[in-house]
Design a binder for this molecule. Structure first.
Ligand code: FAD
Ligand code: NAD
Length: 464
């Protein structure tokens, strides 16, 4: 029987990265995948959504070229080609993962893994022995138990991104979280009539309130209808398309569309993974782990979406690397304590650390700052001048606690602050290096200065 040092189950960003690092550390490693390599992220998550978004925003950008003095006529798009390119991007990255796993010496076992004991895994009826098992099986879309949820035309992100391309003229999105907001951004850019039905009183409720208010305003301009506190009760088929029934402010309402996207969160994929008597401790299906990613069963580790918390590819990756480092007695290079969150809306949203409210709830006295990107040259040049950068500092120590930004390139700019929070940098330390001009990151210097009322490109709060 084949013997390994480590068997990784699941080849998403958590699993494949962990497997490569394990090989680099000299562990004899196998990785099991029941589907395509790359997991949710590469096949039906991060990558295909951003490929669609890139095309949709390029198309929407054409409609705005007149403002730049550029005339284009007869614009249009071909949804089949947009999806074909998306598939090309995905295939290239999946092929890259396969090549890297092989080049590093990992064995790839295709099939559904079942854990028979802490040292034994079966794949397609064949058994493999191993010293350790790393569970990185990820998550799958949640469904809501309402009548009509299986109606034709109702999809989750899986079918939308991996299924046949549909050129929606109208789309109802149930759930105004991260997927809901990103897919509304994609389809509204393509001219589709989008309605978001969100159960809570704001969009992306886990993030700063101001994001929701700004998103709602921006969506309104793009013709996206956002209905908050909507209680969806049923979905009915129509001759063409579907009708979604919901209650709003105590009144029954309905909205019709060509299709429905259900994006109400994701559940762990642990069903059937463990043989009887070997199941580690779980919490609502999520595996419970300690700070070294060990489950309650010695020799079985878990990382990524399946352990709950925020569900992000870079979090899964960092956890995979940290877990494998612990296995070989090393300290991880990257902290898993501070996780940046990004939403690829227009403008982009990025957030890391604590909001002012969260810090205050923890009894921390805070110093806050906010800089409006309407004073930033690059934002005006690129027509992205409606954004902001907010910062939260510990009033006593001057240390950075959190940053919330909605502006051009926010998803790139946020990284500076993840490191700053991990390393306990202060506002003054963040101000020591100059930032290039013209750039979006000049807004960071302004936000740092604004904490002391010293921003140069903002009107003074009170006249001297
Ligand atoms: P997954 O990527 O889910 O991979 C798990 C793998 O395990 C799968 O390939 C599955 O087939 C396999 N598997 C499961 N059970 C078994 C078994 N028994 N045997 C063998 N194989 C098995 N995150 C970001 O950071 N940025 C984004 O922009 C982003 N966009 C997203 C967009 C969408 C539409 C979605 C749905 C998610 C997005 N995410 C994004 C979240 C991100 O995709 C996940 O957080 C990430 O993929 C989790 O990685 P993972 O390795 O834990 O699991
Ligand atoms: P989510 O948790 O972000 O949002 C789900 C939303 O659905 C919530 O706002 C919730 O209140 C709402 N909801 C739940 N039940 C409802 C109901 N019955 N009716 C109306 N609204 C309802 O989940 P998601 O958008 O499905 O995304 C799943 C995960 O994927 C997220 O946790 C996110 O981390 C990850 N993701 C990340 C990115 C990114 O990093 N850019 C992009 C997409 C997805």
């Amino acid at each position: 029987m084949e013997q390994y040092d480590l068997i990784v189950i699941g080849s998403g960003p958590g699993g494949y990265v962990a497997a490569i690092r394990a090989c680099q550390y000299g562990l004899r490693t196998a990785i099991v995948e029941k589907n395509r390599l790359g997991g949710t992220c590469l096949n039906r998550g991060c990558i295909p959504t951003k490929a669609l978004l890139h095309a949709a925003q390029a198309y929407a950008g054409l409609q705005e070229l007149g403002e730049l003095g550029i005339h284009v006529e007869n614009t249009g798009y071909d949804i089949e080609k947009i999806h074909e390119r998306k598939r090309g991007v995905v295939d290239r990255l999946v092929g890259g993962v396969e090549g890297l796993l092989k080049a590093n010496g990992a064995d790839i076992l295709y099939g559904e893994a079942k854990i028979l004991s802490a040292g034994k895994v079966s794949v397609n009826g064949q058994c493999y022995m191993t010293d350790r098992i790393l569970v990185a099986v990820g998550s799958a879309p949640a469904r809501i138990p309402i009548p009509g949820i299986d109606t034709k035309g109702v999809v989750t992100s899986d079918e939308l991104l991996e299924g046949e391309p549909v050129d929606y003229s109208s789309l109802v999105i149930i759930g105004g979280g991260v997927i809901g907001v990103e897919m509304a951004t994609v389809y509204s850019a393509l001219g589709c009539q989008v309605t978001i039905l969100e159960g809570l009183d704001r969009l992306v409720s886990v993030l700063d309130k101001e994001f929701s208010q700004n998103l709602k305003m921006n969506f309104k301009k793009k013709g996206v209808e956002v209905i908050l506190k909507a209680n969806v009760t049923a979905i009915e088929p129509m001759e063409e398309g579907v009708r979604v029934l919901y209650e709003s402010k105590g009144k029954p309402e309905s909205v019709c569309a060509q299709g429905v996207l259900v994006s109400v969160g994701r559940r762990p994929q642990t069903a059937g993974l463990f043989a009887e008597g070997i199941t580690p401790e779980m919490n609502r299906g999520f595996l419970v782990v300690n700070e070294r990613f060990e489950t309650s069963v010695p020799g079985i580790y878990a990382i990524g979406d399946v352990i709950g918390g925020i569900q992000l590819a870079h979090k899964a990756e960092a956890e995979g690397l940290a877990c494998v480092a612990y296995m070989v007695g090393r300290e991880p290079d990257t902290s898993v304590r501070v996780v940046p969150s990004c939403i690829y809306s227009s403008p982009e949203i990025a957030s890391v650390g604590l909001t002012a409210e969260e810090a205050q709830e923890r009894g921390i006295a805070v110093k806050k700052s906010k800089y409006l990107m309407s004073g930033n040259g690059k934002s005006i040049i690129e027509g992205e001048d409606r954004g902001f950068i907010k910062m939260v500092f510990d009033a006593e120590t001057d240390r950075l606690l959190g940053v919330q930004m909605m502006c051009g390139r926010a998803t790139d700019l946020i990284s500076e602050f993840t490191g700053a929070i991990v390393n306990g940098w202060t506002r003054r330390q963040l101000l020591t290096g100059m930032r290039p001009h013209p750039s979006f990151c000049e807004g960071i210097t302004e936000a740092l200065e604004a904490a002391e009322g010293m921003s140069i490109h903002s009107a003074p709060v009170a006249k001297p």
